[in-house]
Design a protein. Structure first.
Ligand SMILES: Cc1cc2nc3c(=O)[nH]c(=O)nc-3n(C[C@H](O)[C@H](O)[C@H](O)COP(=O)(O)OP(=O)(O)OC[C@H]3O[C@@H](n4cnc5c(N)ncnc54)[C@H](O)[C@@H]3O)c2cc1C
Length: 346
């Protein structure tokens, strides 16, 4: 059950909710389960933003991790700062995070642990599994949370980030996904949580994992990189995207991103899309090349610390959010910039 209080994302905030101190009166009744992600026995560090968000509630934080052999990764998770206990289940059925098996697994462990808050990252995994968990608990999921006001009040962007909603949930168990850029990953060392083997319902499913086709790259991960160079439709072709964007990203040690128009035109892989329907990033530097700055693109990058843009159209909306802008032809300006950066590196 929800009540929504919406305010514009810009301008003065007038709050209608009684924000109670998270660490206050109900704290002793609360307990939080942070859902961690792993792949091939490696802890996904980005999923540690769920732990950071969980610590904001001021209640004990348990972490949950499952996979083919989750014992090693559970030990790693126990070292994470803020984690009091790790609940772990080892079974190949959970390795790929299929919602059909992972959701019943979580339900059993949530009920056994008596948790009041279930928090996962707003990642492909979180977006896939948590709605099913919420449905099984008959709770309404609170998605893409950017701040926690109290144990029942959460803040999240809506309308592609053009308004901020303050949401109060009256559900007894809150099912939440959190935006990674709003909750930096918890430190992977400094904790000393205990480890407990969780219950395994071993649910039957007609869904079978067949295969995956992952893009492998030595570049920094787009979602967590400190610098991102993104290219748009202004690049005109895949050949020019590779010729212009890639060397600039190399010279900056940056991850590569792209607008949806660039992805749809085949210039870049869709795992590189930044925006409302792509990844949300907030690097130290976001460099937009030949990107107009549509609101759906801005939704994925406008929290970047420094935004720089190169565009031949001085009226392009990207310049309204850019800290640094260059009006010019990307085909001549970007190679010059790359050359200068390479000279500094030498
Ligand atoms: C529901 C929905 C979800 C969406 N989700 C996303 C999303 O997640 N991410 C996203 O990016 N978009 C998304 N979009 C699409 C979005 O609305 C825009 O269409 C898209 O962002 C435009 O991409 P672009 O800026 O590369 O292309 P364009 O808007 O075509 O802009 C190209 C820019 O390149 C400049 N340019 C051209 N030639 C040169 C040159 N030689 N030198 C310098 N500059 C040049 C032009 O001046 C122009 O500003 C979504 C749309 C919808 C409806």
């Amino acid at each position: 059950m929800f009540s929504n209080y919406i305010r514009p994302s810009l301008g003065r905030v007038s709050r209608n909710i009684h924000a109670s101190n998270p660490a206050s009166r109900h704290r002793y009744l609360l307990s939080t389960l942070a859902i961690l992600e792993q792949r091939d026995g490696q802890l996904n560090k980005a999923s540690l933003s769920a732990v950071t968000a969980a610590t904001k509630l001021g209640a004990p934080v348990h972490a949950f991790i499952a996979g083919t052999d989750a014992s090693k990764v559970a030990q790693e998770a126990a070292q994470v700062l803020g984690v009091d206990k790790v609940v772990t289940v080892s079974n190949a059925a959970y390795e790929k995070g299929l919602p059909e098996t992972f959701a019943p697994l979580l339900i059993d462990n949530i009920r056994n642990g008596g948790y009041t808050h279930i928090i996962a990252g707003h990642t492909a995994f979180g977006k896939n599994v948590m709605p099913r968990v919420a449905a099984l608990l008959d709770a309404q999921q609170i998605s893409d949370v950017i701040a926690i006001e109290s144990e029942s009040t959460f803040i999240r962007p809506i309308y592609a980030g053009n308004a901020i909603a303050t949401v109060e949930s009256l559900d007894p168990i809150k099912v939440i996904t959190v935006r990674g850029t709003a909750f930096p990953a918890a430190a992977s060392e400094g904790g000393s949580g205990s480890i407990e083997v969780g219950t395994d319902p071993n649910p039957e499913t007609s869904t079978e994992w067949i295969s995956e086709d992952l893009t492998k790259s030595d570049r920094p991960d787009l979602a967590t990189a400190g610098r991102v160079v993104s290219g748009g439709r202004g690049l005109k072709s895949k050949e020019d995207f590779d010729k212009i964007v890639v060397p600039l990203a190399d010279s900056l040690g940056a991850a590569i991103g792209a607008s949806r128009a660039a992805v749809d035109s085949g210039y870049a892989d869709n795992s590189l899309q930044v925006g409302q329907t792509g990844k949300v990033v907030a690097p130290e530097l976001y460099l937009a090349i030949g990107i107009s700055g549509a609101i759906q693109h801005l939704a994925g990058m406008k929290d970047s610390k420094v935004i720089a843009a190169i565009n031949k159209d001085s009226d392009a909306p990207i310049f309204q959010v850019a800290d640094v802008g260059l009006v010019g032809d990307l085909f001549s300006e970007v190679p010059k910039l790359t050359e200068e950066l390479n000279k500094i590196k030498e």
